[in-house]
Design a protein around this ligand. Sequence first.
Ligand code: SF4
Length: 441
Amino acid sequence: MSKKLLLKDAHIEGIRYFETYRKQGGYTAAEKALKMTPDEILEEVKASGLRGRGGAGFPTGMKWSFLAKPEGVPRHLVVNADESEPGTFKDRYLMEFLPHLLIEGMLISSYCLGSNVSYIYIRGEYSWIPDILEEAIEEAKAAGFLGKNIMGTGFDCEIYVQRGGGAYICGEETALLESLEGKRGNPRLKPPFPAVKGLWERPTVVNNVESIAAIVPIIDITGAEYAKIGVGRSTGTKLISACGNINRPGVYEIDMTITVEEFIYSDEYCGGIANGKKLKACIPGGSSVPIVPANLLLRTVNGEPRYMNYESLADGGFATGTMMGSGGFIVLDEDQCIVEHTMTLARFYNHESCGQCTPCREGTGWMYKILKKIEKGEGKMEDIDLLWDIQRKIEGNTICPLGDAAAWPVAAAIRHFRDEFEWHIKNPELSQTQNYGLANY
Ligand code: SF4
């Protein structure tokens, strides 16, 4: 059984409220942190090996150490709660059921970074969560854990919640900052990076909800102890939101030492494939990461078991591996059609492109149109190569990672499931009445 750090108290009734959270030991990590110096906290975060839980997996301690500290210029912490990646809903769970864990993590992080005004930028569609967060902020303030001179330390901290307008692109950190400043959420060219010029051109750290919540157990048990959980550079625990054709969809906390097979088939987690079907493929890190067929999902190309961690999931690179990404674990059974599935994702990315870069703006539209044509049985064999060519021209040639995120699912689908694309082209009548999965398994 995986060790629980973030969700250990999630089952306790009323844990959403300050009184219950405090009774369970809540805010003791903050009390401990406020007696430390900011540099000591930073050293703990570095020692923990925590990697950003939003998708990129960049070491959090290193990110914090890049924060510029010019004299007299305010700094900010911004929590990225714009969780819009298809298949990902673990931050929603944290904010809905454990809002004080996030607030406590923000207090510690804000103190470490020197942010007196911090923000939570939350996805617009999570319409009921801001009220929960704002209530938690008020409770923390009433108890002296936010506001002026917190716990007599002389440190002031306010937290504000800002609702997004429903654009996926605002999950990209610079688009988020633009939106937070009241502008259209277009990604910025980097450099300068937010650590130097972020919110209102001030040094800013943007971190995911889960990353900031993880600061609480890191301070609680120490960075060194946190680093002992997990394996290699995949330290600590990770939240996974599991969905698709499984028996037990939900949010699970894993310690990154379990195998993918165990995660899918164990009753502790996904509980196996729904309706007794066979596993066909999986996207383990949210819709942007490459899809992997069952044989490569359960074992690496070397025949080693594949583990639920950053290194093992990526084993083999993009040709055979995938990524931990945001932890949005989407399972597809034998009945699913990869072409239809890829087309649905292509439509999403085309819709969400902000339109600033030509390869993304035009390329995502072309990919969607071609996939739609193939899925309807109106494609030609050359269309598969055309699709491949378009995704190659998008990847690495755009301002922000949305271009890559749109290209990778298409590349992986062609690489691993070319026969399905060809089946749609060779069987136009069948293609219009049933999908490849139902027709071929
Ligand atoms: Fe906008 Fe796409 Fe360019 Fe990102 S890659 S800036 S979403 S056009």
